[in-house]
Design a binder for this molecule. Structure first.
Ligand code: SAM
Ligand code: SF4
Length: 404
């Protein structure tokens, strides 16, 4: 077992308004209810408290997710980044992403984030249709989405992701395609294209809106995929597309020194790639999760922080802010490795399995052979990857790795 590359996730849980489809740990800012300073203080204490076990390990990426990180002031983000620098070894090539809601796009603020070293921005556009955005309860319209992308470019962001969703209430295939067409006109480096799902504990779950039929969704997917390929976007994960016009060396710095096929994938999201390749990450902030390898103790743990922001603020900086700390069993490791790896179109090198789980490939030999025989897993010596059929029926493929 080796310590894989290490990322940092920082959760910032506030939003201007709670969207009816969202099950993230996000909370609407009600008048006088935004404890920004207190939360930043808690994040900094948490970083200081957590840093000791990561000495000697470099951080390859930071992701500020939410919630809506773009409701935080430049000063707040600056204080958090200073604390990261003071407590952890941040790579000089680190990818630093911040999620932003187009309804909160502000030129001064975006310029400020960029100056602090944030070098990737992820905009929650969802759709360019005013009508569809209103149906999703969003605070922005199509015009705001377009200007947010322009504001990001003018602020100096040359690595921009646009989040879009399809399968929206009442959406036609033509409307879903039109959102992709509009997105592509801005030539973003990355597009995350998600199918809207009805998540438990959301308003859409208890009062489902009229969603498109399965065959309409299937047409959106297949025609949308063809369209993106024609426009030079390459799908590298179930929902992730990178602009495919420039190749440059990406240094994921694998400790083994053996290259990964994604090293050359310019514009892929380095942070998410590290999750999918079963890398490590520190999770800081209310409800944040982390996955941490301890190669000397040959164990891997999953950690989570208290979910309710007020409790997190109260306890951050001490062990009592840790809600869960669980060593992964062999069964967990196999499933979690596969859940992540098989999302990637090119899969993951076979040697990562042993290096990053500490398990011998023999432990899954029977399952691998069965999945190959059923045409779901590729017969490939180098890479663990799904076949086309396996990618389409991913849940069936994953069943093989749900061991008791
Ligand atoms: C934390 S949000 C991103 C930033 C910001 N909070 C926003 O919404 O603008 C991450 C992304 O997940 C996607 N998402 C959220 N809920 C979803 C759902 N129920 N089904 C599919 N995608 C969802 C959206 O595209 C959203 O932009
Ligand atoms: S803005 Fe984003 S995080 Fe906030 S409620 Fe809406 S989808 Fe969720």
């Amino acid at each position: 077992m080796i310590n894989p590359p290490l990322s940092l996730y920082v959760h910032l849980p506030w939003c201007v308004r709670k969207c009816p489809y969202c099950d993230f740990n996000s909370h609407e800012i009600k008048a006088g209810s935004f404890p920004e300073k207190e939360y930043v203080g808690a994040v900094i204490r948490d970083l200081e408290f957590s840093a000791a076990r990561f000495q000697g390990r470099e951080i390859i990426s930071i992701f500020f997710g939410g919630g809506t990180p773009s409701v935080m002031s430049v000063d707040s983000m600056g204080s958090i980044l200073e604390a990261v620098d003071a407590n952890l070894a941040l790579s000089s090539h680190a990818e630093i992403t911040l999620e932003a809601n187009p309804g909160t796009a502000d030129s001064r603020r975006f310029t400020g984030y960029r100056r602090l070293g944030v070098n990737r921005i992820s905009l929650g556009v969802q759709s360019f249709s005013d009508d569809k955005l209103a149906g999703l309860g969003r605070i922005h319209n199509g015009g705001d989405a377009a200007s947010a992308i322009e504001i990001a470019a003018a602020a100096g962001f040359s690595n921009v992701n646009i989040d879009l969703m399809y399968g929206l209430p009442g959406q036609t295939v033509a409307e879903a395609l039109s959102d992709l067409e509009r997105a592509v006109t801005f030539k973003p480096e990355h597009i995350s294209w998600y199918q809207l799902t009805l998540e438990p504990n959301t308003i859409f779950y208890s009062k489902p809106p009229p969603l498109p039929e399965d065959d309409v969704i299937w047409q959106m997917q297949t025609r949308g995929q063809d369209y993106l390929v024609r426009r030079q976007y390459q799908q590298y994960e179930v929902s992730a597309w990178r602009r495919n016009d420039r190749a440059c060396l990406r240094n994921l710095n694998p400790p083994t020194g053996r290259p990964s096929p994604y090293d050359k994938n310019d514009h892929a999201c380095l942070h998410n790639l590290n999750y999918w390749q079963f890398g490590d990450y520190i999770g800081i902030g209310a409800g944040a999760h982390g996955k941490i390898t301890d190669q000397t103790a040959t164990k891997i743990v999953r950690q989570s922080r208290l979910r309710i922001p007020a409790s997190y603020i109260d306890k951050a900086g001490s062990a009592s802010a840790i809600a869960g700390d669980k060593q992964l069993t062999e069964t967990d490791l196999i499933l979690e490795f596969m859940l992540n790896a098989l999302r990637l179109k090119d899969g993951v090198p076979w040697h990562y399995f042993e290096e990053r789980t500490g398990l011998s490939p023999d432990s899954i030999h029977k399952q691998v052979e069965a999945a190959k025989n059923n045409g779901l897993l590729a017969d490939d010596q180098e890479m663990i990857k799904a076949t086309k059929k396996g990618a389409r029926y991913l849940n069936d493929l994953l069943q093989y790795f749900m061991l008791q």
